[in-house]
Design a protein around this ligand. Structure first.
Ligand code: GRF
Length: 212
C-alpha cells in the first residue's frame, strides 16, 4: 500500500513509519511526504532517506480549498492510497476528506476522546488524570475525532511536566502508528459506525492501576 505522510514539524512519527516501511515484510511503502512548513525538519529526514517530498506553505494560498487542492493532486500523482497525518497542524476540510473516504488516519498524543486539540500534555498534567497515551484513528472533519484503531496507555507520574509526559507518550506513538498502518495495509481493519474491528488482533488481559 502506498502511503502519503503529511507533516508540519520534527517528523519523529514519520521516522517510525520510515523505519517500519524499510523492512522487507512490511506491507506498505512511503510514496510521498508532504509538509505545509517548507522548513520542517521531517522533510530533511525524508529527503536524506531518498523519499519524494513536497512542500505547500498554507500562507501562500488565498483559501483552504486551494491549499488542499495542491496536496490532493500531489498525493494522487504519487499514487497514494492511504494518507497518514503525522504531526500535521492543519485541519483538513470535509471536502478534502470526501475524496479520501476512510483513507486518512491521524495520530494524537492523548487517550481520545479525552484531550483533543493542542497543548495536550500540559492539560493532561494539570488535570490530575493518572493515565495518558496515544490514539491512532480514522480522520473525520471534526478535530481529533473519528473511529479509533489503536491506543497506548502510559502512566502520568508524580513530578511529570508536559515534556517528560510527552516523551513517554511519544515512545508509544512510534510503536502504535506503524502497527495501525500495517493492519490497514493488510486489509484487517473494518469500520462499523464509530467502532473499528481489527481481524486477528488480541486484547491485553490486565487492568492498569496507578498509583500502586
Ligand atoms: C506527535 O505527538 C503527534 O501525536 C502529534 O504531533 C506530534 C508530532 O510529532 N499529532 P512528530 O513530528 O511526529 O515528531
Amino acid at each position: 500500500m502506498k502511503l502519503g505522510v503529511l507533516i508540519s514539524g520534527r517528523g519523529s512519527n514519520l521516522q517510525a513509519l520510515m523505519a517500519a516501511t524499510a523492512r522487507d515484510d512490511y506491507p506498505a511503502e512511503i510514496a510521498l511526504v508532504v509538509s505545509n512548513q517548507p522548513q520542517a525538519a521531517g522533510l530533511e529526514r525524508a529527503r536524506d532517506a531518498g523519499l519524494a517530498t513536497a512542500a505547500f506553505d498554507h500562507r501562500d494560498f488565498a483559501d483552504r480549498q486551494g491549499f488542499e487542492a495542491e496536496i490532493d493532486a500531489s498525493l494522487r500523482g504519487a499514487g497514494v492510497e492511504l494518507v497518514c497525518l503525522a504531526g500535521f497542524m492543519r485541519l483538513l476540510t470535509a471536502g478534502f476528506l470526501e475524496g479520501w473516504p476512510d483513507r486518512v488516519v491521524n495520530i494524537h498524543p492523548s487517550l481520545l476522546p479525552a484531550f483533543p486539540g493542542i497543548h495536550v500534555h500540559e492539560q493532561v498534567v494539570a488535570s490530575g488524570t493518572r493515565f495518558s497515551g496515544c490514539t491512532v484513528h480514522f480522520v473525520r472533519p471534526e478535530m481529533d475525532a473519528g473511529p479509533i484503531i489503536i491506543q497506548s496507555l502510559v502512566p502520568v507520574r508524580p513530578g511529570d511536566d508536559a515534556d517528560t509526559l510527552a516523551a513517554r507518550v511519544l515512545a508509544t506513538e512510534h510503536q502504535c502508528y506503524p502497527k495501525a498502518v500495517k493492519w490497514i495495509a493488510e486489509g484487517r481493519v473494518r469500520i462499523n459506525g464509530d467502532l473499528v474491528e481489527v481481524d486477528g488482533a488480541g486484547t491485553p488481559q490486565m487492568a492498569a492501576i496507578n498509583p500502586i
